[in-house]
Design a protein around this ligand. Structure first.
Ligand code: ACM
Ligand code: ZN
Length: 762
C-alpha cells in the first residue's frame, strides 16, 4: 500500500516535469527578413484551439492557409477565449504590406490583400516557437510576445531560381523549396526547365521532347576542369508531367509564389536538337549534352523553329499563368548561324547587319508572339545584343552593366549578378567544401548586396524590380546539396529584397540566423553552417603589422596557437591583435566552455619585404571583387588557391593596371613573385604580358623592364622576377589585361577579367 502510494507520487512528479518540459518559452522576435518597424509591448497572447478567428473575405486564400496549419496543430477550432482578427484595409498602399498587432486579448492583422495577410501569418509563425514548423507538431497552447509590426517589401520581385536540367529533383522537393521561399516572403520561383543537358517539361505535341530530349546517356564526373573528362555511364533524366506542374503551380499560388518557367532559346537548346535535328542549322544529329558548358548547336532561325517554339509555348502558357515567361537568350554562340544558308538568308531578307541583330530578331519575334498572348518576356542580359526587344525585362547576370543600360532606356530589370547572386559558387574557403562550379560568395557578400546599381538615379532605379538567387545545379546532383548551397544564402537574399538598408545589420542578421538554425533543423533543411568560423585580417600601422581575429557570433571564445599546433580548450584566448614581425602560422577556432564549435582556421603569414609598404593601383578593382583593397596585395597573405574572389584577390574587368609599391626605408630586393588566377570558365584569364620597373636608392634612377615579360602562347599565372640584390625605393608593375575572350570559350566576345593576389617581395 505504502509502496504503491510512493509509486503514484513518483509517477505524478515525472508527469509534472515532463509537462513542464513540453512548455515552450516565449521567444524573442527574430524575424527574417527583418520587418520595417517592430515594437515590443507588454504581455503575451495565448494561441490555442480556443482562439477564435474572424476575417474579411478579400483576404480569404491566406486565411485558408492559416486555418489548415492552426487546425493541424491545435485541433478543430472551438472556443472564443480570444481572437485573431484579419481585417481588409484599403488604406494600405502596397498590396504585399501588412500590419500585425498582438495584445494579450487579440491579434489584429491588417492588409489590403491575401498576399499581405499571408506575410503577416509568416511573421506570426516566426514569432512562435520553432517547433511550430515541425511535421506532426501538436500543442494545447502557445504564447506569443505582444508587439506591433508594420511591414512592407522594398522590391516587388523577390526571387529564387532553380535549374532542374543539369540535375532533376522530386516534386516534393520543389514544394519544399517553395515553402522555404514563402517562409522568407519571397514571391517568385524562376524554374529553369530546359537546357543542353535535358528537357524537363512534358510537351504533348512533341513527344520526343519527353522521351529523347529529357535523357542524357551519361554525366560528367568531377569538375569540368579536371582532365581528362570522365563519365558515369548512367542514363539520366525525365520530365515533370503536365499534371505535376499544375500541382506545383497551384501549391505555389497558395503560398503567394508565382512560378516563372524558363524555356531557353536560341542557345542552350542542344537537348531539343538531339530529338529534332531539323531545328538546328546543320540538320545533323547531336546528343543531349553529357557535360557542362556552352554549346554551338543552337536553334536555326528558319520558320520551322518559330512554329515549334510557338507550339511549345502554347502548352507552357496553359501550365503557367504567370505574367512573365523567361525565354533565356544567354550564351548563344553564333558559329552555326554564320555558315547557315537559312540564317544568312534571314539576315538579308530582314535587312539585318549581322548575327547579333539576328539574335535580336529571334528574341523580338518570340516576344511579339508572347505579347499577343498577353504575356511579357524576361531574358538574360544577352537579349540586349543587337538592340533590345521592345517590352522585355532584362535579368542582369554578367555584372550590372546590362541592368544599367536597360533601366536607363526604360526597361524593367531583375538583378542576378554572378558576384552576389550565384549560389552555385563556394560559400566558404574551407578546402573540404563539396565541389562547386568555382567562385566565392560567402553569406556576408550576399547580405551586402544592394540591388540598385549606383549608376542609376532615383527615377531610373524604379525600373529595378528586385533580385534573385540563382541555383545552377551542375555540381548539385542531390537535393541535400541544393539545400546546402541555397541555405543560408537564401535567408540573406530574402533580406536584401525585403528589408530597408536602415534595418539591415550583418551582425544582427547573423544572430537571427543562429536562432533560425533550429527552424531549419525542424524543417529538415540541410543548411551550411559557417557561423562559428573565424575571419582574420592583417593590419599595418606604419611599418608595424598585426593580425586580427574575429568571429560572427557573441558569447564565445577564440583560442589560438602560433606554433602550428591545433587549438584546444587550453590554448590562449584571443583578446587583442597579434603583433607580426616574422613569418608564422596562426591556427584558431571558436570554443564555448565545453568544446570547439566550428572548423579550425589556419593562416600562413609570409612576412616578406613589402609587408607594411605603401601601395597604389592606378585603377580601382571592380566593386564586386575589391577584396581588402590594394593593401591586400602586400599583407603577407596569399589568396585561396581555389576561391578566387576571396578577400586576398582583386579583380579587374578588361583593364590594364599599374601597381606602385613604395618603401619608406630602401629595401634590398632579390625577387618579386606575382600570381594571377586563370579560371577561363569564369571568364578569368591570366595576363599575357607584365612589366617591371624600379627606383634605385642612391640616385633615384629608374631601371625600366616594362614589357620584358611577354609570352603569347602561355599565360603568366605564377611569375618570379629575379634580380641582383639592389636597394630600391619603388617598384612599378604594369599588367596588361588578356583582352577579348576568344571564340569557342565561355563568355566569348566579352572582356576578360584579371585576378591578382599577393605580390611577394624577397
Ligand atoms: C547564365 O548564368 N548563363 C544566365
Ligand atoms: Zn540556321
Amino acid at each position: 500500500m505504502h509502496f504503491k502510494k510512493n509509486v503514484l507520487i513518483l509517477f505524478l512528479l515525472i508527469t509534472f516535469f515532463n509537462c513542464k518540459k513540453e512548455e515552450f518559452q516565449i521567444i524573442n522576435p527574430q524575424i527574417i527578413p527583418a520587418p520595417q518597424s517592430q515594437e515590443i509591448t507588454e504581455g503575451k497572447f495565448l494561441l490555442s484551439s480556443d482562439t477564435h478567428f474572424v476575417y474579411d473575405t478579400e483576404l480569404e486564400p491566406a486565411i485558408r492557409y492559416w486555418e489548415s496549419i492552426s487546425e493541424s496543430i491545435f485541433g478543430l477550432n472551438t472556443g472564443k477565449s480570444n481572437t485573431i482578427r484579419f481585417v481588409f484595409d484599403a488604406s494600405i498602399s502596397n498590396s504585399e504590406a501588412y500590419k500585425l498587432k498582438i495584445t494579450p486579448q487579440e491579434i489584429t492583422v491588417k492588409a489590403r490583400s491575401a498576399k499581405g495577410t499571408f506575410y503577416a501569418i509568416q511573421s506570426l509563425i516566426q514569432l512562435l516557437p520553432p517547433e511550430f514548423v515541425s511535421k506532426n507538431f501538436k500543442s494545447k497552447g502557445l504564447n506569443i510576445k505582444a508587439l506591433e509590426i508594420e511591414d512592407e517589401p522594398q522590391f516587388s520581385y523577390r526571387g529564387m531560381h532553380l535549374d532542374v536540367s543539369r540535375h532533376m529533383f522530386s516534386v516534393d522537393f520543389i514544394k519544399k523549396y517553395i515553402d522555404a521561399m514563402a517562409m522568407l516572403k519571397m514571391n517568385t520561383f524562376h524554374w529553369h526547365l530546359t537546357d543542353d543537358q535535358g528537357w524537363r517539361v512534358e510537351i504533348k505535341k512533341y513527344p520526343e521532347l519527353n522521351t529523347v530530349s529529357a535523357y542524357r546517356n551519361e554525366t560528367l564526373i568531377g569538375h569540368y576542369s579536371d582532365q581528362p573528362h570522365q563519365f558515369d555511364s548512367k542514363k539520366y533524366g525525365g520530365v515533370y508531367t503536365q499534371d505535376q506542374i499544375k500541382d506545383i503551380v497551384a501549391y505555389a499560388k497558395a503560398r503567394m509564389v508565382t512560378v516563372i518557367p524558363e524555356i531557353e532559346m536560341p542557345g542552350h537548346s542542344q537537348a531539343v536538337i538531339a530529338a529534332y535535328p531539323e531545328l538546328g542549322c546543320s540538320g545533323e544529329k547531336v546528343e543531349v549534352a553529357t557535360k557542362w558548358g556552352v554549346f554551338e548547336d543552337i536553334y536555326c532561325t528558319k520558320d520551322e523553329t518559330f512554329n515549334f517554339l510557338e507550339d511549345v509555348l502554347d502548352e507552357v502558357l496553359e501550365l503557367f499563368p504567370s505574367k512573365y515567361i523567361h525565354i533565356g537568350g544567354d550564351e548563344a554562340p553564333k558559329t552555326r548561324w554564320k555558315t547557315c544558308k537559312d540564317c544568312q538568308d534571314r539576315i538579308k531578307s530582314e535587312g539585318l547587319k549581322d548575327e547579333h541583330e539576328l539574335q535580336n530578331y529571334f528574341i523580338t519575334r518570340m516576344e511579339k508572339y508572347l505579347n499577343s498572348k498577353g504575356r511579357q518576356i524576361i531574358g538574360w542580359d544577352e537579349i540586349l545584343e543587337g538592340g533590345l526587344a521592345p517590352n522585355a525585362t532584362v535579368m542582369s547576370w554578367r555584372g550590372t552593366n546590362g541592368a544599367v543600360g536597360a533601366a536607363k532606356s526604360g526597361h524593367n530589370v531583375i538583378m542576378t549578378p554572378t558576384s552576389h547572386c550565384y549560389f552555385d559558387y563556394y560559400q566558404s574557403d574551407n578546402e573540404d567544401e563539396p565541389t562547386a562550379i568555382g567562385g566565392y560568395l560567402p553569406l556576408e557578400k550576399v547580405y551586402g548586396f544592394d540591388p540598385i546599381p549606383e549608376e542609376l538615379n532615383a527615377k531610373e532605379a524604379k525600373y529595378v524590380l528586385g533580385a534573385q538567387g540563382n541555383v545552377w545545379t551542375e555540381y548539385m546532383p542531390i537535393e541535400e546539396q541544393v539545400e546546402y548551397m541555397a541555405f543560408p544564402r537564401m535567408l540573406a537574399m530574402s533580406e536584401v529584397v525585403w528589408s530597408t538598408s536602415e534595418n539591415k545589420n550583418y551582425k544582427d542578421f547573423v544572430s537571427r540566423v543562429e536562432s533560425f538554425h533550429k527552424r531549419l533543423d525542424l524543417l529538415d533543411i540541410n543548411y551550411a553552417n559557417h557561423l562559428y568560423e573565424i575571419q582574420g585580417k592583417m593590419i599595418s600601422d606604419g611599418e608595424k603589422s598585426f593580425y586580427m581575429l574575429k568571429t560572427l557570433t557573441d558569447g564565445k571564445d577564440i583560442r589560438y596557437t602560433i606554433d602550428g599546433s591545433e587549438p584546444t580548450l587550453n590554448s590562449e584566448i584571443y583578446t587583442s591583435q597579434i603583433p607580426i614581425s616574422k613569418s608564422i602560422m596562426i591556427k584558431a577556432a571558436v570554443f564555448n566552455s565545453e568544446k570547439q564549435l566550428g572548423k579550425t582556421f589556419t593562416q600562413n603569414i609570409n612576412y616578406h619585404k613589402a609587408v607594411g609598404a605603401k601601395i597604389m593601383i592606378d585603377k580601382k578593382p571592380h566593386k564586386a571583387y575589391s577584396g581588402s583593397g590594394a593593401e591586400g596585395l602586400i599583407n603577407g597573405i596569399s589568396g585561396s588557391d581555389t576561391r578566387y574572389g576571396d578577400k586576398e584577390w582583386l579583380g579587374f574587368w578588361g583593364e590594364d593596371i599599374i601597381i606602385t609599391i613604395t618603401f619608406e626605408t630602401p629595401k634590398e630586393v632579390n625577387s618579386i613573385l606575382t600570381r594571377f588566377h586563370n579560371g577561363n570558365g569564369q571568364w578569368i584569364y591570366a595576363p599575357e604580358q607584365i612589366g617591371f620597373s624600379f627606383k634605385l636608392k642612391e640616385d633615384g634612377r629608374t631601371i625600366n623592364d616594362i614589357n620584358l615579360i611577354k609570352n603569347n602562347s602561355d599565360l603568366i599565372v605564377n611569375h618570379s622576377y629575379n634580380m641582383e640584390a639592389t636597394f630600391i625605393t619603388e617598384i612599378e608593375i604594369v599588367i596588361k589585361n588578356y583582352g577579348t575572350i576568344p571564340e569557342g570559350k565561355q563568355g566569348a566576345g566579352n572582356k576578360a577579367w584579371t585576378f591578382i593576389d599577393e605580390i611577394i617581395v624577397n
